[in-house]
Design a protein around this ligand. Structure first.
Ligand SMILES: [Zn+2]
Length: 205
């Protein structure tokens, strides 16, 4: 049976490892990448160099957001409100919350949610670092907003974080995004107005 050349199969195989890309789509993308036009290999060269450069990206050593630098521009911005910290699942939510324009504090990126079925336990997340950050500020942080999805994993993570943060013994409000976000919906896909409203109307937990 005829199949694609080995080098193309290898390319399709790599593409198929991307999230949300099924086998057919991987073939289409693979064929698209090698399609020659008047720019010859310019597209592949650019793609390869962008991929190489992405290795230089790192995670902010304060908030664990994806960053060009050791300290991300948000953490480096001294104009922001140091009394309030917004805890999110991933770098995607930082961007989503920033776009609402309703939050002027600092972030902490957990890099996942608690999900024992996927071996995601509290120790695999940046929860320890979050607690250390709060402690290092010695009570200066007055509110933690958990901008975490209303899902089984999101609820488990929020409960755990809230218990651990309360155990630190500081006078600190812990709140979660309010209604407006339909149950089970994903924060990263919420529109700016709905999410902005959910931030404004956050509920203490
Ligand atoms: Zn940062």
């Amino acid at each position: 049976m005829y199949n694609y050349p080995h080098k193309l199969l290898k390319l399709i195989n790599e593409v198929s490892k991307l999230p949300g890309v099924g086998p057919k789509m991987a073939e289409r993308i693979g064929l698209h990448i090698i399609k020659k036009d008047k720019n010859e290999n310019e597209y592949i060269d650019n793609f390869a160099s962008v991929l190489q450069e992405s290795k230089e990206l790192t995670f902010c050593r304060e908030c664990f957001n994806v960053s060009d630098f050791e300290i991300c521009p948000i953490c480096a911005d001294k104009e922001r409100d140091g009394q309030i910290m917004c805890v999110v699942e991933s770098a995607e939510e930082v961007i989503t919350v920033e776009r609402t324009g309703k939050f002027k504090g600092y972030y902490h990126v957990l890099q996942g949610l608690i999900n024992p079925l996927n071996n995601m336990l509290p120790d695999n997340l940046r929860i320890k670092e979050m607690l250390e950050r709060i402690k290092s500020r010695g009570g200066a942080i007055k509110e933690i907003i958990l901008a975490i999805n209303h899902s089984v994993e999101g609820d488990a993570t929020s409960l755990y974080i809230s218990a651990m943060a309360k155990d630190l013994g500081y006078e600190m409000k812990i709140s979660r995004l309010a209604k407006g976000l339909p149950t089970g919906s994903d924060i990263r896909y919420a529109d700016e107005i709905t999410l902005g409203q959910a931030i404004v109307e956050r509920k203490e937990i």
